[in-house]
Design a protein around this ligand. Sequence first.
Ligand code: ZN
Length: 92
Amino acid sequence: MNLLSRIKSMFRPALTCADANAFIAEYIDDALDQKTRKSFKKHVEMCPNCSVFLEQYNSTIDLCRNDGKVAAPPELVETTLEFLRSRGVGEA
Ligand SMILES: [Zn+2]
């Protein structure tokens, strides 16, 4: 993405970080409609925080799916859980 469109996106935020965090589980489950999915991807592309978060979220899910087969680095799981807690995600 070039600088101009990056600046434009900043003035017309399609999605906030809170929105992106709320959509992340559905994005991974492929449960978002096309428009939301597009906005989500766009946000993650221009937002370093969310891009790292998505990466960590994916890694954590992979580790969970590999339950027992691959040792999950405790720091990574803890960091991700901490992040989720700080965002108020996962609180029932
Ligand atoms: Zn963000």
